[in-house]
Design a protein around this ligand. Sequence first.
Ligand code: NAP
Length: 284
Amino acid sequence: MTSAVEAPLPLRPLGRSGVDVPALGVGTNRWGRGRGADQLVPVFSAALDAGANLFDTAEVYLGSERTIGACLRRDPRPALVVTKFAPYPTRLSARSFHRALEGSLARLGRDSVDLYLVHFPWSVVGIPSLMDRLAGAAQVGKARAVGVSNFSARQMRVAAERLDRHGVPLAANEVQFSVFHRDPERNGVLAACRELDVALIAYRPLAGGRNRSDGSALDRTLAGIARARKRTVAQVALNWLLGKDERIVAIPGATRVEHARENAGAAGWALTDDELSALESSSA
Ligand SMILES: NC(=O)c1ccc[n+]([C@@H]2O[C@H](COP(=O)([O-])OP(=O)(O)OC[C@H]3O[C@@H](n4cnc5c(N)ncnc54)[C@H](OP(=O)(O)O)[C@@H]3O)[C@@H](O)[C@H]2O)c1
């Protein structure tokens, strides 16, 4: 099995924001839930060693922002942080938005985040007002780039148009995407990312850790390719995703050092055309 990184992880742009991130980061929605910094600093450091220095968190991932904050203090090498605002129905005012951002920054121990996302589109205040607030965060330097998560293609266009009025680009839409779950190819989100020049941050890129064969055609194909290429199933699944489009950034969740290392080894090589078509047909 190949788990080391052969080449530095390629960087990918977050749309037109001017912020570049590694093609592979680390999802941290289970960081902090019963796991403290003592357990997770080694995972954080292993990701940095491998060049996967992008960490996806959110105010609603209980304990995750605080744990990332502790990791940032204990391993002060450069790291990029994505966090998210949850537009709950009780959060109507601009003040509640700014309070939430300040809370995230305090937990992270930072003056700014690299990417601040609106976590989901369902909100009482509406997408245009949410975008006005995101643009404000970018303009005062508290977010280097701003974006959305779980937005449809139509909602992305509304968001991009409103941010544009402030001269702020929509940098990313974070949605579920993997070889196991190909909705963004069918529902227009990937096409909208191409059209609007927006990064697609793929969450649950391993479908929640599905790296064993359950006998499906897709699992058999993944296992066969992994065996032939001396890779792991997770690496093949992530490589397929990164190969779909240069706007895609994957954030596999990992709470184990060996997973953080292994996942970084998913970049820097390419599946052959035959392997790609086998995956296309078995995952269609
Ligand atoms: N924006 C949103 O609405 C949203 C929604 C869901 C998730 N997310 C983000 O996306 C991230 C990723 O999603 P996810 O964590 O739910 O699912 P995932 O990345 O598809 O799977 C994570 C699971 O896979 C395991 N794993 C990681 N690398 C592996 C490897 N190389 N081989 C075998 N198993 C491996 C992990 O185990 P260990 O923990 O034991 O390492 C964990 O159990 C989250 O952490 C979160 O940051 C965002």
